[in-house]
Design a protein around this ligand. Structure first.
Ligand SMILES: Cc1cc2nc3c(=O)[nH]c(=O)nc-3n(C[C@H](O)[C@H](O)[C@H](O)COP(=O)(O)OP(=O)(O)OC[C@H]3O[C@@H](n4cnc5c(N)ncnc54)[C@H](O)[C@@H]3O)c2cc1C
Length: 342
């Protein structure tokens, strides 16, 4: 028998998105289990409505009211599964808070996720854009994901190859992954842990803190301190973290740009391409600290767009478009947004 569902009508999503946009959903319900998910998808009163899967709402921009049903993922649970080939396998359900999960793994004595401490959102959304920070990406510690396939009504497991992870990208952001709901994620954490301090700013901060042999917990605390210093707290000022991806260009294109703009910030990639710093491009166009209506560019970090209070999604979008146009006109580089527009 399908479980009863608590379906809310005309629901404000203001507290469900870190931008703090006050958009409304026609229908809204929290999903606590796979059975509830199946029941919601089979519910005749919700049939035919557009669907939005929602985690922590930290990577979406609500551009207006949502005339459909929001399925807010709240499935809980986490477990250490055991060891395999030099790794400890750890599983967490989609609705678990990412940072709380990272802290929990550290409390179990398991390192591997510490560089990604304090990324907002849920475990279930972590594979969607292959989250990453301070030299580590989700794909580096990923084992498998369990998905509920809406078309077949079946659960299945997908490995890293099936997820097609890329820079802030995966199958789940594309048409062939759109009908898949992530139910849980399994991580493979190294049994013989070693710190990953390849990211220069992190290595410097760890050294400055006097940690000669840093622990995973120590690195986590350092990452948290850096992030608190650099990024606005969504509880205080609405934002979705980096609003644009760092554009990747060919080495020839980068050389041309360097000839015109010698100070261009760029990082060589393993495949020979070059990653440009979107924040630098935006800053050079004079946007850092500027506002358009109630939306603005964070004064300390040009990559972060903020809601200065009462901004609508349309205002944030207008600001993003103005920035994108300026960067394209000056550098011939098209910025791609990181958050999902709803
Ligand atoms: C201050 C700040 C700092 C940030 N820093 C970083 C960073 O360092 N690195 C980084 O990579 N990101 C960063 N982000 C972005 C964001 O935290 C991540 O993308 C996070 O994984 C989003 O999780 P969420 O649960 O909030 O997803 P949501 O915003 O709720 O959803 C994002 C997308 O995933 C889909 N989705 C959500 N749950 C599921 C599910 N269970 N199954 C299928 N689809 C689902 C949604 O439909 C939507 O398309 C930052 C955001 C903020 C606000």
């Amino acid at each position: 028998m399908l479980p009863d569902l608590a379906i809310a009508h005309d629901f404000s999503l203001k507290s469900c998105n870190t931008f703090g946009i006050d958009a409304r959903a026609r229908r809204y319900l929290r999903i606590h289990s796979v059975a509830e998910l199946a029941a919601a998808l089979a519910n005749p009163s919700l049939a035919g409505m557009p669907r939005l899967l929602l985690g922590g709402g930290s990577n979406i921009l609500l551009t207006g009211d949502f005339d459909g049903v929001v399925l807010h993922m709240a499935i809980a649970g986490r477990a250490v599964l055991g060891e395999r080939g030099g790794h400890t396998l750890v599983r967490a359900a989609a609705g678990e808070n990412w940072h709380a999960f990272v802290q929990w793994t550290l409390a179990q004595g398991l390192g591997g996720l510490e560089n990604m401490s304090l990324i907002p959102g849920t475990v279930g959304a972590s594979p969607i854009q292959n989250i990453g920070a301070y030299g580590v990406e989700l794909k580096d510690v990923f084992d498998a994901v369990t998905v509920y396939d809406i078309a077949s009504g079946q659960l299945r497991s997908m490995d890293a190859a099936a997820c097609r992870f890329g820079y802030r990208d995966s199958i789940f952001k594309h048409a062939d992954g759109a009908g898949l709901v992530i139910v849980d994620v399994t991580f493979a954490l190294p049994t013989a842990w070693a710190p990953n301090l390849r990211y220069a700013e992190l290595a410097q901060a760890v050294a400055q803190a006097g940690m000669a042999a840093p622990s995973a917990q120590g690195i986590s605390e350092t990452v948290v301190a850096i992030r608190r210093r650099k990024l606005p707290d969504p509880a205080v000022i609405g934002n979705a973290g980096s609003f644009f991806k760092n554009p990747v260009v060919s080495s020839a294109r980068c050389r041309d740009l360097l000839a015109a703009f010698p100070a261009l910030v760029h990082h060589a990639q393993a495949d020979g391409s070059e990653k440009l710093a979107a924040g630098w491009l935006i800053d050079q166009c004079g946007w850092k600290g500027r506002n358009l209506g109630a939306a603005g560019v964070y004064p300390k970090q040009a990559l972060v767009l903020v809601n200065n209070g009462g901004a609508s999604g349309a205002e944030v979008l207008a600001l993003a478009n103005a920035i994108r146009d300026d960067v394209a006109a000056r550098y011939g580089v098209t910025l791609e947004a990181e958050p999902v527009f709803v």
